[in-house]
Design a protein around this ligand. Structure first.
Ligand code: PLP
Length: 404
């Protein structure tokens, strides 16, 4: 696989040094909700670059405007915000709030199988699978994800009765020493695993009943990727804390911790400087986020994500009907996972096929994201139907070349 050297991005299209063009169905790294180089974001960043770059965590007019925008876009209970620069940094901040506010004795944190929360030490404590370095389980406890295509309990729906959810209750929420459950509503890095109806509702109810905080890691799903501003909204979950990053600022490093005021402003969590770091909430990141979110709100892009998402679902289901090696297609909004297998009967993961399809698609001019035997598709929200069809057409050609 030749290594591409990308030189430029415009909207959904990347250009490499040799002048070849690619439709970017990975949206950078799921960051480019508005595509690459959106003119209003470029303008906002350029104007900000002339004005002010860093005043630590001081107030600025743009910061106030961004907080108002977040209050409009996020569910009502999430009315307090702290600003950061990366996904891992904001996950660490959420863990600090949990630990500072937890009742004595509640010294464990719940996490989910297949969850990914970043590579810093606190975040790694919640990651129990091999992500290229040894995991470090620390003092977190693990719950069953609703990975129905490969049910860890070897059950099938609907006769399973969502046993995975009742086991989460038994292993995590019934334990008096658990302070919080940190979860991705839709598992992203593990391959876009979308739980069935009822799963999160049951777990959320159990958490509320036993005083376990719900910390939704929406670093990947937040900002509209699944068709609602938070994916949690579609699963009937009202989180106490939410982390957001990738889709917020068009690829500029930026992250938000949103939460209930009584947690974020709790005296034990909010002493002076508690939410500050060198680049946390810097004016350039704020400018990029504000411009990005204003366009998402003004142009009603969440509706567009839902409409395009349905088309994408139909197109990808047609591919699954045609190619036996495409074992499962699943997703929500403009976030899809394609799981490649050696055959449908055994469901044996086929990373070599996924890699070959990925490389061939790139040769043909389509960039997607590869992880093991799963390809992820997450195009910009600003795509139109002809380009969506063109992208899926390129993927189909790649699969024809590899599989027939
Ligand atoms: C759900 C989730 N949380 C946290 C992170 C970590 O973000 P970062 O790479 O910005 O540290 C990621 C990154 O992919 C993620 O998908």
């Amino acid at each position: 696989m030749g290594r591409r050297v990308f030189a430029e991005g415009r909207g959904p299209v990347l250009t490499d040094l040799d002048g070849n063009q690619y439709l970017d169905f990975a949206a950078g790294t799921l960051t480019q909700s508005l595509g690459h180089g959106h003119p209003e974001v470029v303008e906002a960043l350029t104007a900000q670059a002339r004005r002010l770059w860093n005043v630590h965590d001081s107030a600025t007019p743009d910061r106030a405007a961004l907080l108002e925008l977040l209050a409009r876009l996020l569910p009502e209970q999430l009315d307090t915000y702290a600003l950061f620069s990366t996904g891992a940094e904001v996950v660490e901040a959420a863990l600090r709030v949990v630990q500072a506010t937890a009742e004595p004795g509640r010294n464990r944190i719940g996490a989910m199988r297949g969850g990914f929360h970043g590579k810093t030490t606190g975040a790694r404590m919640l990651v129990h699978w091999d992500i290229g370095h040894q995991s470090f389980a620390g003092n977190s406890v693990l719950g069953y994800s609703a990975y129905c295509y490969r049910c860890p309990l070897e059950l099938t729906r609907p006769s399973c009765g969502l046993r995975c959810a009742s086991l989460v209750r038994r292993h995590i929420t019934d334990k008096p020493n658990t302070s919080a459950l940190v979860f991705e509503p839709v598992l992203g890095a593990a391959g876009v695993i979308v739980p069935p109806p009822g799963y999160w509702e049951q777990i959320a109810d159990a958490c509320h009943a036993s005083g376990v905080l719900l910390v939704a890691d929406e670093v990947l799903t937040g900002g509209g990727r699944t068709g609602t501003f938070l994916a949690s909204e579609q699963f009937g979950v009202e989180p106490d804390l939410v982390t957001l990053s990738k889709g917020l600022a068009s690829g500029f490093p930026f992250a938000v911790l949103a939460g209930r005021a009584d947690l974020l402003r709790h005296p034990a969590a909010s002493e002076s400087g508690a939410y500050a770091s060198t680049y946390a909430g810097n004016p350039l990141g704020i400018a990029a986020a504000r411009a990005t979110l204003e366009v998402i709100e003004r142009d009603r892009l969440l509706e567009r994500v839902r409409v395009l998402g349905e088309l994408l679902h139909d197109r990808l289901s047609a591919l699954a009907a045609r190619f036996d090696n495409l074992g499962d297609v699943r997703g929500l909004g403009l976030l899809y996972g394609l799981e490649f297998v050696t055959d449908r009967q055994s469901r044996t993961p086929a990373p070599h096929i996924a890699r070959a399809v990925y490389a061939t698609a790139l040769d043909l001019g389509l960039r997607v994201a590869l992880g093991g035997h799963i390809l992820r598709l997450a195009p910009p929200f600003t795509l139109d139907q002809p380009l969506l069809d063109e992208g899926v057409g390129l993927l189909e050609q790649a699969m024809e070349r590899v599989l027939t």
